[in-house]
Design a protein. Structure first.
Lengths: 160, 379
C-alpha cells in the first residue's frame, strides 16, 4: 500500500512533466495555436482518479512550473490550474460517474473557465491577445479527453 | 475510467477539506502576479525556478539538435560541394566589398573622431543559438542558449546577419528570453535610409510585417525604403537595417499614412543570432546628427547608457569574438542618407498622439533603455 502510493506519486509527477514538456515542444504554426493543455488535462485526470493524492498543491505547482517554462507572469497559470483543480475536486464524485462523452463536455466547460482566467489575467497585465484562435485549445483539449482517459487507465492498470 | 483507486475508499463524502488550501494558494498566486508585474521583485525566484526548468528545455531541444547534426553529418557530397562553391563565391564578393568598406570605415572613423563622438559600433558579439522551444503561440519570444553566465544583460540588442532581430527581455543563468521586433508589444525607433525621416516601427504579431503608425501624410517615406535603427533609447546600435517598406497608403483625409514594412532579419527562420555589445552613442551622435547638417541640435536622450556595465566585465569564455566585424554586411550601416537635404523632421509626429501601447514617445525625451518596449507593463 505504502509503496503503491509512492509509485502513484511518481506517476502523477511524471505525467505532468510530460504534459509540461508537450507544452513547449515546437510545433508548426497552425498546430501551435490549438495545442491542447496536456498538463492541465493530466491534472484533471489524476484528481478524478485519486483525489486524495492529487491535491491542490499538486495542481498549483504544476501551473507554477508552466508559468516559468512559458516565461509568463508568475502565478498566472498557477491560478488557472488551482481554480480548475478546486472545481474538479468539488465535482469529482459526479464527474467520474459520467459516461465519457459527457465527461468530455464537463472538461470542455472547465477548459473554457481556465482559458478565461488566463485571458483575463493576460488582459490585466497588459498582454491581451484577443484573436479567436486563442480559444482553440479548449476544443482540442475536450476532443482529446477520451484519449487521455484511455492512456491514464492503462497506466493505472499497469501500475497496480 | 470509473475505477476507484485504493486511496479514495470512502466513496461517499468528500476528501479532506480544501477551502483553506484553495484560498491560501489563490492568494499566493495573486500576490505572485502583483509582485511580478507591479514591482518586478521576483527576478531571484524566477532565476531559481528557471534553473529547474532548464533541464526540461534542454531535453526538448536535444532531439531537434541531434536531428540537425545527423542530417548535417550525413549530407551527401554533392550538396556539400555545391554549398562550398556557392559560399566561396559569396566570400570572394564579400571580401571585395570589405576592401571598399575598410576605406570607408576609416574615413567614417576619422570624421567621427573629428566630431569627438564614438557612435555605436558593435564592439563584441557572441553567437547564440535559438532553443527549439515554443514559448507562446501569440507572442514572438524565443529562448537563446546564452545567459547571465555569458554576460548577457537585459535590454541587449540581438541581431542576425540581415538586420535587427530583437532585444533581450529576460536573463536567466544559462538562457535568455528575447522579444522579437515583430512582437505586438515591441517598438523600435527607425529612420529611413534614403530620406532620413525618423519614426517608430511597431510589431504586429506577424513575423513578416511591422507597422509604422506615426508617419504623417506629408513625410518622405516611399515603398522600398530601407529603415535603419536610429540608436535612440540606447538599446539598439544605430545604423543597422531593420525593415524595408512594403506598403504606403496615403489618403487625403487621414493625418497619418498607413505604412507597413517587412523586417530584413529572418525572424521566423533563424537558427542562430548574434548578441552584441556596442558603445552607446555619445550625445550628439548617431543618426540623430548623421544627417547632412547637425545644425539644429536635438535634444539628446538623457541617460542613454543602457548597460555596458556587465559587458565590460563579461567573462564570455567560449565566444567567437567578432570584434567589429559584425556590421560587415552593412553598406547601409555607415552613413545614412548623405544626400538627404531635410533634417527637419526632428521628432516624428504623433509622439503625443501615441495611442495605445507605445507611450514611448519617439522624441528622445525618454531615458530608460526599456523605453522602446512595453512601457505599459514592463516597469
Amino acid at each position: 500500500m505504502r509503496r503503491g502510493m509512492f509509485g502513484r506519486r511518481i506517476l502523477y509527477w511524471f505525467s505532468v512533466a510530460v504534459g509540461l514538456a508537450l507544452a513547449i515542444v515546437p510545433l508548426p504554426g497552425w498546430l501551435d495555436a490549438m495545442r491542447p493543455d496536456f498538463a492541465l488535462l493530466a491534472v484533471i485526470y489524476w484528481i478524478l482518479t485519486s483525489p486524495r493524492v492529487a491535491g491542490l498543491w499538486y495542481a498549483w505547482l504544476a501551473g507554477l512550473f508552466l508559468d516559468v517554462l512559458r516565461g509568463m507572469v508568475l502565478g498566472q497559470y498557477a491560478l488557472g490550474f488551482l481554480v480548475i483543480a478546486f472545481l474538479t475536486h468539488r465535482l469529482q464524485l459526479r464527474m467520474r460517474m459520467f459516461p465519457i462523452p459527457h465527461q468530455a463536455a464537463a472538461v470542455l466547460l472547465l477548459l473554457v473557465l481556465y482559458h478565461f482566467i488566463v485571458f483575463w489575467t493576460d488582459g490585466l497585465t497588459g498582454h491581451g491577445y484577443t484573436g479567436w484562435n486563442r480559444w482553440l485549445p479548449v476544443l482540442s483539449g475536450a476532443l482529446l479527453w477520451p484519449l487521455i482517459v484511455a492512456a491514464g487507465d492503462t497506466l493505472v492498470r499497469r501500475s497496480r | 475510467m470509473v475505477e476507484l483507486s485504493h486511496d479514495s475508499r470512502p466513496i461517499i463524502g468528500r476528501g479532506p477539506p480544501l477551502g483553506a488550501t484553495f484560498v491560501a494558494l489563490a492568494t499566493a498566486s495573486i500576490a505572485l502576479m502583483v509582485a511580478d508585474v507591479r514591482y518586478g521583485q521576483l527576478e531571484q525566484i524566477r532565476g531559481w525556478l528557471n534553473s529547474a526548468a532548464y533541464p526540461l528545455q534542454l531535453a526538448i531541444d536535444l532531439p531537434f539538435r541531434a536531428w540537425d547534426w545527423l542530417t548535417g553529418s550525413f549530407a551527401d557530397r554533392d550538396r556539400l560541394q555545391q554549398e562550398n562553391l556557392a559560399l566561396t563565391a559569396r566570400l570572394r564578393l564579400a571580401d571585395l566589398q570589405l576592401q571598399r568598406f575598410a576605406a570607408l570605415e576609416q574615413e567614417n572613423r576619422r570624421l567621427r573622431a573629428m566630431r569627438a563622438s564614438s557612435a555605436g559600433v558593435a564592439k563584441r558579439a557572441i553567437v547564440a543559438s535559438i532553443l527549439n522551444v515554443d514559448l507562446d503561440p501569440f507572442r514572438h519570444r524565443v529562448l537563446l542558449d546564452r545567459g547571465s553566465a555569458d554576460g548577457v544583460f537585459k535590454g541587449q540588442a540581438v541581431l542576425d546577419a540581415q538586420g535587427i532581430f530583437g532585444q533581450v527581455w529576460r536573463v536567466n543563468a544559462r538562457t535568455c528570453e528575447v522579444i522579437l521586433i515583430s512582437d505586438a508589444e515591441h517598438a523600435i525607433p527607425v529612420q529611413s535610409n534614403r530620406s532620413g525621416v525618423r519614426t517608430i516601427a511597431v510589431g504586429t504579431g506577424d513575423p513578416n510585417r511591422l507597422s509604422l503608425p506615426f508617419v504623417t501624410g506629408e513625410s518622405d517615406i516611399r515603398k522600398d525604403d530601407l529603415l535603419i535603427s536610429t540608436g535612440m533609447g540606447g538599446v539598439f546600435p544605430p545604423g543597422y537595417p531593420v525593415a524595408r517598406i512594403t506598403k504606403v497608403e496615403r489618403t487625403a483625409q487621414a493625418t497619418f499614412a498607413i505604412v507597413e514594412a517587412r523586417p530584413t532579419a529572418a525572424l521566423d527562420r533563424d537558427r542562430e543570432v548574434l548578441l552584441v555589445w556596442f558603445d552607446a552613442p555619445a550625445p550628439m551622435t548617431g543618426p540623430a546628427a548623421a544627417g547632412p547638417q547637425p545644425a539644429n541640435p536635438q535634444p539628446v536622450p538623457a541617460g542613454t547608457t543602457p548597460a555596458p556595465g556587465p559587458s565590460a566585465s563579461a567573462p564570455a569564455p567560449t565566444t567567437t569574438e567578432a570584434a567589429g566585424t559584425t556590421p560587415a554586411h552593412g553598406p547601409a550601416t555607415s552613413t545614412p542618407a548623405p544626400s538627404a537635404p531635410a533634417p527637419s523632421q526632428a521628432t516624428p509626429p504623433g509622439g503625443e498622439v501615441a495611442p495605445a501601447p507605445e507611450q514611448s514617445t519617439p522624441a528622445p525625451t525618454t531615458s530608460a533603455p526599456e523605453a522602446t518596449t512595453e512601457p505599459g507593463a514592463g516597469g
